[in-house]
Design a protein around this ligand. Structure first.
Ligand SMILES: Nc1ncnc2c1ncn2[C@@H]1O[C@H](COP(=O)(O)OP(=O)(O)OP(=O)(O)O)[C@@H](O)[C@H]1O
Length: 300
């Protein structure tokens, strides 16, 4: 009696844990393609188990086992970022994140986006390198950075961002961390991504590195070399973008309900930026012309 009760309890717990793991896995995967891969893989694993357990077919069993091994290796390569993140979460005891409970949300006002975009646009025009991490409610902790930087905790403004990235200032190297409407820290050193090493420099790799680890983290990057503006999200870089496109993307990411409206506006706004850039260049050439005339007059 006791023995059967124990066996039943074991079977019950086994089914309970396996199904909880399955539900957890499937609810955490958001991308359709990843879901298909996972389903295919689980089907293969079950097939291998079935053939091994119930069918006495040694050659088929070996073949299916080899297939499962090959698929496991491919998935380990394909999902190396996610698997590393899972191990990091387990290692640091952040079980709430694994269970999908990422509580807080950092809401930024539209004025903050405008300030951020304005600063990025001006840095881009002046070819000043910059890296701004916007945390939208991830579970980022200081230990997730290689160096957590210098605490700032100040209201975000375009002037402050421009100051932080001004050349030859102590905090211009590294990234600025933004949460909601506040600048949390500056001079932050981010983990680098291993993808695209041959294509990008370290600033862009740092943006890829942090966004591929944290879903609810995005990075605005300004290239010092070319002045190009980029937005990194989920380990992908959208570049080159205009500052108005950046504003649209930020609004879409932080308030997806605005997406359709802002998409239709984005073409208009990028046209506006192009025309304002042209106006700026015309104005600059006028200033140069006036300066040249002045210097000619002074020579005469
Ligand atoms: N891990 C990092 N975390 C934060 N910032 C970093 C990191 N690595 C480099 N940077 C920043 O990037 C600067 C170097 O950029 P680098 O030229 O190597 O990259 P890049 O992607 O080619 O950028 P750019 O187009 O601006 O030249 C450093 O001076 C530093 O400010």
């Amino acid at each position: 009696m006791n023995f059967w009760w124990f066996i039943n309890l074991r079977v019950f717990l086994d089914v309970l844990f396996a199904s909880s793991l399955g539900v957890l896995l499937f609810t955490r995967v958001k991308e359709q393609r990843t879901l298909w891969l996972l389903r295919g893989y689980l089907f293969l694993v079950s097939l291998a188990w079935f053939v091994q357990r119930f069918a006495n077919l040694p050659i088929t069993s070996k073949l299916v086992d080899a297939l499962v091994l090959a698929c496991s290796l491919s998935l380990a390569i394909l999902w190396q970022g996610e698997l590393r993140r899972l191990m990091e979460l387990l290692g640091t005891g952040r079980l709430a994140v694994i269970l999908g409970n990422t509580q807080k949300e950092f809401r930024a006002s539209s004025n903050t986006f405008a300030q951020l975009t304005e600063a990025a646009g001006r840095l881009s025009q002046n070819r000043k390198g910059a890296l701004i991490v916007v945390d939208m409610g991830s579970d980022l902790r200081p230990e997730d950075f290689l160096f957590s930087g210098v605490p700032i905790d100040a209201k975000l403004s375009s002037e402050l961002i421009l100051n932080l990235f001004a050349a030859d200032t102590p905090l211009h190297d590294g990234a600025v961390l933004v949460k909601g409407n506040r600048i949390i820290s500056a001079g932050v050193i981010l983990p680098l991504s291993r993808q695209g090493i041959s294509r990008y420099g370290t600033r862009h790799l740092a943006a890829l590195g942090i966004t591929e680890r944290f879903d609810r983290c995005i990075c605005v990057v300004v290239s010092e070399e070319s002045g190009t503006l980029s937005l990194a999200n989920q380990g992908r870089l959208e570049r080159p973008i205009t500052s108005s496109r950046l504003l649209d993307l930020l609004k879409e990411l932080l308030d997806p309900s605005n997406a359709s409206g802002s998409k239709s506006n984005s073409i208009n706004s990028s046209l506006k930026t192009t025309s304002s850039n042209i106006e700026t260049k015309v104005a600059q050439s006028r200033v140069n012309l006036v300066k040249n005339n002045d210097s000619k007059e002074s020579l005469n």
